[in-house]
Design a protein around this ligand. Sequence first.
Ligand code: F6P
Length: 517
Amino acid sequence: MTSSAAIWDKLENLPRPTLGELFSAVRDGGEGADEPGGTDRVAMLSGRIELEEGGILFDWSKTHLDRAVIAAFEELVEAMDFSGMRAKLFGGEVVNPTEGRAADHATLRGTGDEAKVEEAMALIDRMGMLVDAIHQGALGEIEHLIHIGIGGSALGPALGVDALSRDLSYFDVHVVSNIDGVALEAAFAKCVPAKTLIAVASKTFTTIETMTNAQSALKWLADNGVSDPGGRVIALTANPEGAVEWGVDETRILPFQESVGGRYSIWSSIGFPIAMAVGMDDFRAMLGGAKAVDEHFRDTDGAANLVLRAAFADLYYARVRGCQTRAVFAYDERLGLFPDYLQQLEMESNGKRVTADMQPVDGPTAPITWGGVGTDAQHAVFQLLHQGTHLVPVDFIASIAPGDELDPAHHRILLMNCFAQGAALMAGKAGEDPARNYPGDRPSATILCDDLDAAALGALIAFHEHRVFANAALMGINPFDQFGVELGKAMAKAIEKGGEEFDASTEALLGASGISR
Ligand code: F6P
């Protein structure tokens, strides 16, 4: 079998036809003569994942993937034993060796090891019972929910609530993550204490930002006449003992598995505010959409696997074409928080410098994920995409069905712009002068949902989770730990404790801000 180093070498040295050349059906019998162009190319590099209702189209034809590049990546799939890694993931085996853990997030959608799926379903049912009970008034007249968490304990809930509860929300949900008290005060200002529930979301139940915010929320309830503030707290955690110790009654603790990582936890009880806002049926539909992607990813081999194909393009741009960033633009206001969500998912997972067996990685790992919403971003950052010196692969995400009920012109203009951007990036245009010249040959992929409902959101998120996994498996890195975040936390603790000397700059900043040490 060819070594991965030899495959990367091959990829480096393959011919680099432009997108224009790849789309051209005319090949003159020369090199690449069997490369399909035009609509055949679109057919070769597009595919759908069907959901219970509707589905999602994944069009990777405007990337530089061609038969030769794909064939090389398929060799890499073999060389890195991708199938073995994937079988371990879905089999509930250890795929996070530094922490000796499995990564069981898919079990919460009903995919994976049978016993683990059963355990996960019981946890979801338990959450469902509490959600339904609260909806029926078990905790009194509740109108507001302040969800306190950070990182993976906040980004998913914020995205899910924002994306799915615009038409109908059973509760007024506020997600607070930052330790900056301004964030919590903003939520307080919008809630009536007597009608407010507090969800404390923390996998570890030790994160200083979350625990400090939770204490302040309890104080706010007490200061505003709520007689039993503790009775208003729901804990969402993989550390139920910690929650009990903190003072939460066991009946109001919704646990999840230790083997579900923070940034993969939206499917667990961390998704409680989503279920509160949209109801359990929609929450379960979100899980169902994710399950459809699990099954596609688990059961499809080679480049026909749409997730794997996306990972081929990611790796090709990051490692062969030297792209340091990857941009994601949702042409859908409801996905405004999706780039933030992806930033943690991709960068915390694959921003690594050693392989799973502790060797230095043999090339760049995760590019920097950034993005925004279209069309806003067109009027702000797209200049760089079209004419800047960086090559930035772009993903566009859109929904065929509109999310609004205004004049259909709104949605038509939105989608037209989305498709026009991909076409313009690829085609470019010769200018009368260099300033008006568009080089073109800039890659993009388009993810087009029939509708952006709960199932589609679940599918989109699961697609990206597995995309991250596929990237990691092909690079030989562990996407499930995050030791990089620990040093800064330890230093903050050391500053708080005092007695340790820091560098002159940090000492000066501490002195200037009057932080007592
Ligand atoms: O510091 C990073 C991190 O550990 C993330 O991975 C995690 O999502 C976040 O902190 C919050 O952790 P917890 O849910 O344990 O409060």
